[in-house]
Design a protein. Structure first.
Length: 97
């Protein structure tokens, strides 16, 4: 299994919460991450106002409007770059001298 990057994990968590508010354990299961990773990313997502943190352990995490906007932009970029891949672009990047 390929290791996911930061953006993929963030997008996966936001997608799960976009579908429905979840408690932490359900989010961990649906996003396919461990508890330590979830704690780190939930803190990040809360800090950047992508999600709202529950008041207690049994409360639901909820995606914010900012989180929805980020998720939609991310999905749009994936579609755009996916279309570019099918065009078989031969793009070369040369290092700056």
């Amino acid at each position: 299994m390929r290791k996911r990057g930061i953006l993929e994990i963030v997008a996966c968590m936001l997608e799960c919460l976009h579908q429905e508010p979840l408690i932490k354990t359900h989010l961990i299961y649906k996003a396919g991450i461990d508890t330590r990773t979830a704690t780190k990313y939930l803190s990040f997502l809360t800090q950047f106002n992508f999600i709202e943190k529950p008041r207690d352990e049994n409360s639901l995490f909820v995606i914010t409007q900012r989180g929805r906007e980020f998720f939609m932009i991310y999905q749009s970029l994936l579609r755009t770059f996916g279309a570019a891949q099918t065009m078989d672009l031969d793009i070369k990047v040369s290092p700056k001298a």
